[in-house]
Ligand binder design. Structure first.
Ligand code: A3P
Length: 285
Protein backbone atom coordinates (compact mmCIF):
# COMPACT_ATOMS: atom_id res chain seq x y z
CA UNK A 1 0.00 0.00 0.00
CA UNK A 2 3.04 2.29 -0.09
CA UNK A 3 1.95 3.41 -3.55
CA UNK A 4 -1.06 5.11 -1.91
CA UNK A 5 -1.47 7.97 0.47
CA UNK A 6 -4.38 8.05 2.87
CA UNK A 7 -6.50 11.19 2.64
CA UNK A 8 -9.55 11.42 4.92
CA UNK A 9 -9.79 7.64 4.79
CA UNK A 10 -9.42 7.45 0.98
CA UNK A 11 -6.57 5.68 -0.81
CA UNK A 12 -5.05 7.94 -3.48
CA UNK A 13 -2.17 6.98 -5.79
CA UNK A 14 1.00 8.86 -4.85
CA UNK A 15 2.05 9.03 -8.49
CA UNK A 16 -0.72 11.49 -9.29
CA UNK A 17 -1.61 12.90 -5.87
CA UNK A 18 0.36 14.49 -3.04
CA UNK A 19 -0.48 16.29 0.17
CA UNK A 20 0.53 19.47 -1.67
CA UNK A 21 -1.84 18.79 -4.57
CA UNK A 22 -4.67 18.09 -2.11
CA UNK A 23 -3.89 21.30 -0.23
CA UNK A 24 -3.86 23.15 -3.56
CA UNK A 25 -7.31 21.69 -4.31
CA UNK A 26 -8.62 22.70 -0.89
CA UNK A 27 -7.42 26.26 -1.43
CA UNK A 28 -8.57 26.40 -5.04
CA UNK A 29 -10.81 29.36 -5.82
CA UNK A 30 -13.79 28.28 -7.87
CA UNK A 31 -15.34 30.78 -10.26
CA UNK A 32 -19.07 30.91 -10.89
CA UNK A 33 -18.70 29.79 -14.50
CA UNK A 34 -16.46 26.80 -13.73
CA UNK A 35 -17.77 23.37 -14.63
CA UNK A 36 -16.64 20.19 -12.97
CA UNK A 37 -17.45 16.67 -14.06
CA UNK A 38 -17.47 14.48 -10.97
CA UNK A 39 -16.98 10.84 -11.80
CA UNK A 40 -16.13 7.79 -9.68
CA UNK A 41 -13.02 6.22 -11.28
CA UNK A 42 -13.70 4.10 -14.39
CA UNK A 43 -17.10 5.61 -15.05
CA UNK A 44 -16.31 7.99 -17.93
CA UNK A 45 -13.90 10.66 -16.62
CA UNK A 46 -11.74 10.81 -19.72
CA UNK A 47 -14.84 10.86 -21.87
CA UNK A 48 -15.93 14.03 -20.05
CA UNK A 49 -12.48 15.54 -20.67
CA UNK A 50 -13.36 15.30 -24.36
CA UNK A 51 -16.99 16.36 -24.05
CA UNK A 52 -16.75 19.41 -21.80
CA UNK A 53 -14.39 21.66 -23.81
CA UNK A 54 -16.38 21.04 -26.97
CA UNK A 55 -19.71 21.81 -25.32
CA UNK A 56 -18.30 24.96 -23.73
CA UNK A 57 -16.55 26.27 -26.86
CA UNK A 58 -19.27 25.34 -29.36
CA UNK A 59 -17.35 22.52 -31.07
CA UNK A 60 -13.92 24.09 -31.66
CA UNK A 61 -11.62 21.06 -31.95
CA UNK A 62 -8.40 22.91 -31.03
CA UNK A 63 -8.22 21.83 -27.36
CA UNK A 64 -8.87 18.14 -28.01
CA UNK A 65 -6.39 18.08 -30.89
CA UNK A 66 -3.55 20.00 -29.24
CA UNK A 67 -3.67 19.51 -25.46
CA UNK A 68 -3.40 16.17 -23.65
CA UNK A 69 -6.56 15.42 -21.72
CA UNK A 70 -4.91 15.68 -18.28
CA UNK A 71 -3.83 19.29 -18.97
CA UNK A 72 -6.90 20.23 -21.00
CA UNK A 73 -9.44 19.33 -18.30
CA UNK A 74 -7.32 18.66 -15.23
CA UNK A 75 -8.29 16.72 -12.14
CA UNK A 76 -9.00 19.13 -9.28
CA UNK A 77 -7.11 16.97 -6.79
CA UNK A 78 -4.13 15.91 -8.91
CA UNK A 79 -0.61 17.32 -9.17
CA UNK A 80 -1.00 18.68 -12.70
CA UNK A 81 -3.61 21.30 -11.84
CA UNK A 82 -1.13 23.72 -10.30
CA UNK A 83 1.01 23.64 -13.46
CA UNK A 84 -1.81 24.42 -15.86
CA UNK A 85 -4.36 26.45 -13.93
CA UNK A 86 -3.01 29.84 -15.04
CA UNK A 87 -3.32 28.82 -18.69
CA UNK A 88 -6.94 27.75 -18.41
CA UNK A 89 -9.37 30.15 -20.06
CA UNK A 90 -12.84 30.68 -18.63
CA UNK A 91 -15.23 28.98 -18.62
CA UNK A 92 -12.86 26.43 -17.08
CA UNK A 93 -13.61 22.74 -17.12
CA UNK A 94 -12.24 20.28 -14.58
CA UNK A 95 -12.86 16.73 -13.52
CA UNK A 96 -12.78 15.29 -10.03
CA UNK A 97 -13.07 11.96 -8.26
CA UNK A 98 -13.57 13.62 -4.88
CA UNK A 99 -16.60 12.86 -2.75
CA UNK A 100 -18.80 15.87 -2.05
CA UNK A 101 -17.62 16.46 1.52
CA UNK A 102 -13.99 16.87 0.34
CA UNK A 103 -14.77 19.62 -2.16
CA UNK A 104 -13.03 22.90 -1.26
CA UNK A 105 -14.85 25.70 0.61
CA UNK A 106 -14.88 27.97 -2.47
CA UNK A 107 -16.83 25.35 -4.40
CA UNK A 108 -19.70 25.67 -1.93
CA UNK A 109 -19.88 29.45 -2.08
CA UNK A 110 -19.54 29.59 -5.89
CA UNK A 111 -22.17 28.82 -8.50
CA UNK A 112 -19.89 26.35 -10.31
CA UNK A 113 -21.88 23.57 -11.97
CA UNK A 114 -21.41 19.83 -11.58
CA UNK A 115 -22.16 17.04 -14.01
CA UNK A 116 -22.09 13.80 -12.05
CA UNK A 117 -21.54 10.77 -14.29
CA UNK A 118 -22.54 7.41 -12.86
CA UNK A 119 -21.99 3.97 -14.35
CA UNK A 120 -23.39 0.55 -13.49
CA UNK A 121 -21.02 -0.58 -10.69
CA UNK A 122 -20.69 -4.07 -12.20
CA UNK A 123 -19.08 -2.56 -15.30
CA UNK A 124 -17.08 -0.14 -13.12
CA UNK A 125 -15.62 -3.13 -11.30
CA UNK A 126 -14.63 -4.85 -14.56
CA UNK A 127 -13.09 -1.70 -16.00
CA UNK A 128 -11.23 -1.06 -12.75
CA UNK A 129 -9.91 -4.64 -12.67
CA UNK A 130 -8.23 -4.22 -16.05
CA UNK A 131 -7.06 -0.73 -15.19
CA UNK A 132 -5.33 -2.04 -12.05
CA UNK A 133 -3.54 -4.58 -14.25
CA UNK A 134 -2.14 -1.95 -16.58
CA UNK A 135 -1.52 0.97 -14.20
CA UNK A 136 1.94 0.86 -12.64
CA UNK A 137 0.78 3.29 -9.95
CA UNK A 138 -2.02 1.06 -8.66
CA UNK A 139 -1.81 -2.14 -6.62
CA UNK A 140 -1.95 -5.55 -8.31
CA UNK A 141 -5.65 -6.53 -8.41
CA UNK A 142 -5.01 -10.27 -7.99
CA UNK A 143 -7.73 -12.51 -9.38
CA UNK A 144 -11.08 -11.09 -10.46
CA UNK A 145 -12.69 -12.72 -7.43
CA UNK A 146 -10.15 -11.17 -5.07
CA UNK A 147 -10.55 -7.80 -6.71
CA UNK A 148 -14.31 -7.95 -6.32
CA UNK A 149 -13.84 -8.12 -2.54
CA UNK A 150 -11.24 -5.34 -2.64
CA UNK A 151 -13.68 -3.17 -4.60
CA UNK A 152 -16.70 -3.95 -2.42
CA UNK A 153 -14.71 -3.21 0.74
CA UNK A 154 -13.57 0.12 -0.73
CA UNK A 155 -9.86 -0.74 -0.64
CA UNK A 156 -9.46 0.91 -4.04
CA UNK A 157 -8.54 4.46 -5.04
CA UNK A 158 -11.26 6.90 -3.98
CA UNK A 159 -12.95 4.32 -1.78
CA UNK A 160 -16.34 2.67 -1.99
CA UNK A 161 -18.51 3.22 -5.03
CA UNK A 162 -21.61 3.46 -2.82
CA UNK A 163 -20.06 6.12 -0.53
CA UNK A 164 -19.13 8.25 -3.54
CA UNK A 165 -22.59 8.06 -5.03
CA UNK A 166 -24.31 8.72 -1.69
CA UNK A 167 -22.17 11.78 -0.99
CA UNK A 168 -23.16 13.46 -4.25
CA UNK A 169 -26.79 12.32 -4.14
CA UNK A 170 -27.04 14.08 -0.77
CA UNK A 171 -25.28 17.22 -1.96
CA UNK A 172 -28.46 19.28 -2.31
CA UNK A 173 -26.91 21.44 -5.00
CA UNK A 174 -30.27 21.96 -6.68
CA UNK A 175 -29.93 23.28 -10.20
CA UNK A 176 -26.13 23.38 -9.91
CA UNK A 177 -25.90 19.61 -10.41
CA UNK A 178 -27.09 17.24 -13.10
CA UNK A 179 -26.82 13.46 -13.01
CA UNK A 180 -26.19 11.49 -16.14
CA UNK A 181 -25.32 7.86 -16.72
CA UNK A 182 -22.51 6.37 -18.77
CA UNK A 183 -25.14 4.06 -20.24
CA UNK A 184 -27.22 7.01 -21.45
CA UNK A 185 -24.14 8.40 -23.16
CA UNK A 186 -23.38 5.07 -24.84
CA UNK A 187 -26.97 4.58 -25.96
CA UNK A 188 -27.55 8.00 -27.51
CA UNK A 189 -24.58 10.35 -27.27
CA UNK A 190 -26.17 13.24 -29.22
CA UNK A 191 -29.18 13.22 -26.86
CA UNK A 192 -26.88 13.09 -23.81
CA UNK A 193 -24.81 15.97 -25.21
CA UNK A 194 -27.95 17.99 -25.80
CA UNK A 195 -29.07 17.42 -22.19
CA UNK A 196 -25.64 18.50 -20.92
CA UNK A 197 -25.45 21.56 -23.20
CA UNK A 198 -28.91 22.69 -22.03
CA UNK A 199 -27.76 22.30 -18.42
CA UNK A 200 -24.67 24.40 -19.18
CA UNK A 201 -26.77 27.07 -20.87
CA UNK A 202 -25.29 26.48 -24.30
CA UNK A 203 -27.62 26.66 -27.25
CA UNK A 204 -25.91 24.36 -29.74
CA UNK A 205 -27.29 23.55 -33.16
CA UNK A 206 -28.10 19.98 -34.14
CA UNK A 207 -25.15 20.11 -36.54
CA UNK A 208 -22.75 21.12 -33.75
CA UNK A 209 -24.09 18.39 -31.46
CA UNK A 210 -23.53 15.82 -34.23
CA UNK A 211 -20.00 17.10 -34.79
CA UNK A 212 -19.16 16.91 -31.06
CA UNK A 213 -20.71 13.46 -30.88
CA UNK A 214 -18.49 12.25 -33.70
CA UNK A 215 -15.34 13.56 -32.03
CA UNK A 216 -16.31 12.07 -28.66
CA UNK A 217 -17.11 8.61 -29.99
CA UNK A 218 -15.08 5.73 -28.58
CA UNK A 219 -13.54 5.12 -32.01
CA UNK A 220 -12.46 8.70 -32.60
CA UNK A 221 -11.12 9.12 -29.07
CA UNK A 222 -9.17 5.88 -29.34
CA UNK A 223 -7.32 7.28 -32.35
CA UNK A 224 -6.71 10.69 -30.71
CA UNK A 225 -3.23 10.65 -29.17
CA UNK A 226 -4.24 13.63 -27.01
CA UNK A 227 -6.91 11.47 -25.38
CA UNK A 228 -5.89 7.82 -25.58
CA UNK A 229 -2.94 8.00 -23.14
CA UNK A 230 -0.50 6.73 -25.78
CA UNK A 231 1.80 9.61 -24.74
CA UNK A 232 2.13 8.14 -21.25
CA UNK A 233 5.22 5.94 -20.71
CA UNK A 234 4.55 2.20 -20.39
CA UNK A 235 5.86 2.11 -16.85
CA UNK A 236 2.73 4.05 -15.81
CA UNK A 237 0.19 2.61 -18.26
CA UNK A 238 1.20 -0.66 -19.85
CA UNK A 239 -0.74 -1.02 -23.09
CA UNK A 240 0.44 -4.63 -23.44
CA UNK A 241 -1.65 -5.52 -20.39
CA UNK A 242 -4.82 -3.56 -21.22
CA UNK A 243 -5.97 -0.34 -22.89
CA UNK A 244 -7.24 2.79 -21.18
CA UNK A 245 -9.94 3.04 -23.86
CA UNK A 246 -10.55 -0.67 -23.47
CA UNK A 247 -14.04 -1.64 -24.72
CA UNK A 248 -16.36 1.28 -24.06
CA UNK A 249 -19.46 -0.87 -23.86
CA UNK A 250 -22.36 -1.53 -21.51
CA UNK A 251 -22.66 -4.96 -19.88
CA UNK A 252 -19.13 -6.37 -20.12
CA UNK A 253 -19.71 -7.61 -16.54
CA UNK A 254 -21.68 -10.50 -18.08
CA UNK A 255 -18.41 -11.85 -19.45
CA UNK A 256 -16.81 -11.82 -15.99
CA UNK A 257 -19.31 -12.49 -13.17
CA UNK A 258 -20.23 -15.99 -12.03
CA UNK A 259 -23.73 -16.39 -10.55
CA UNK A 260 -22.21 -16.58 -7.06
CA UNK A 261 -20.24 -13.37 -7.65
CA UNK A 262 -23.34 -11.63 -8.95
CA UNK A 263 -25.29 -12.58 -5.82
CA UNK A 264 -22.44 -11.41 -3.56
CA UNK A 265 -22.04 -8.13 -5.42
CA UNK A 266 -25.77 -7.40 -5.46
CA UNK A 267 -26.21 -8.22 -1.79
CA UNK A 268 -23.43 -5.84 -0.68
CA UNK A 269 -24.60 -2.95 -2.86
CA UNK A 270 -28.25 -3.44 -1.89
CA UNK A 271 -27.36 -3.52 1.80
CA UNK A 272 -25.34 -0.33 1.57
CA UNK A 273 -28.09 1.51 -0.27
CA UNK A 274 -31.10 0.04 1.55
CA UNK A 275 -31.84 3.18 3.60
CA UNK A 276 -31.43 5.56 0.66
CA UNK A 277 -34.38 7.37 -0.86
CA UNK A 278 -32.88 7.43 -4.36
CA UNK A 279 -33.08 4.47 -6.71
CA UNK A 280 -30.42 3.25 -9.07
CA UNK A 281 -31.07 3.69 -12.79
CA UNK A 282 -30.04 0.10 -13.48
CA UNK A 283 -31.09 -3.23 -12.11
CA UNK A 284 -28.28 -5.01 -10.28
CA UNK A 285 -29.63 -8.42 -11.36
P1 A3P B 1 -13.93 0.21 -20.21
O1 A3P B 1 -12.72 -0.18 -19.41
O2 A3P B 1 -15.15 -0.56 -19.78
O3 A3P B 1 -13.72 0.16 -21.68
P2 A3P B 1 -12.45 6.66 -16.65
O4 A3P B 1 -12.10 7.65 -17.70
O5 A3P B 1 -13.38 7.19 -15.60
O6 A3P B 1 -11.25 6.00 -16.09
O7 A3P B 1 -13.34 5.52 -17.35
C1 A3P B 1 -12.76 4.68 -18.31
C2 A3P B 1 -13.86 3.90 -18.99
O8 A3P B 1 -14.61 4.81 -19.83
C3 A3P B 1 -13.30 2.81 -19.88
O9 A3P B 1 -14.26 1.74 -19.84
C4 A3P B 1 -13.28 3.52 -21.24
O10 A3P B 1 -13.22 2.66 -22.33
C5 A3P B 1 -14.61 4.27 -21.16
N1 A3P B 1 -14.71 5.34 -22.16
C6 A3P B 1 -13.89 6.39 -22.36
N2 A3P B 1 -14.27 7.11 -23.43
C7 A3P B 1 -15.36 6.48 -23.94
C8 A3P B 1 -16.22 6.72 -25.08
N3 A3P B 1 -16.01 7.73 -25.93
N4 A3P B 1 -17.25 5.86 -25.27
C9 A3P B 1 -17.48 4.83 -24.45
N5 A3P B 1 -16.70 4.55 -23.37
C10 A3P B 1 -15.65 5.36 -23.12
Amino acid sequence: MTMYLLYHGLLLPKETHSLESLKFAQEFTFKDDDVVAVVYPKSGTVWMQEVLPLLLNGGDLTPIQTIPNWDRVPWLEEKRLEAVVDKMASPRAMVSHLPYHLMPPSFHTSKAKVIYVMRNPKDVLVSSFYFHQMAGFLSDPGTFDEFMNTFLEGRVFFGKWTDHLKSWKHSELGDRIMFITYEEMVQDLPAALKRMSDFLGRDLSEETIQKISHHCSFKTMKSNSMSNFSLVPKVYLDSDKSQFLRKGVVGDWKNHFSSEQLARFRSVIHKELQDESFTLPWSLD
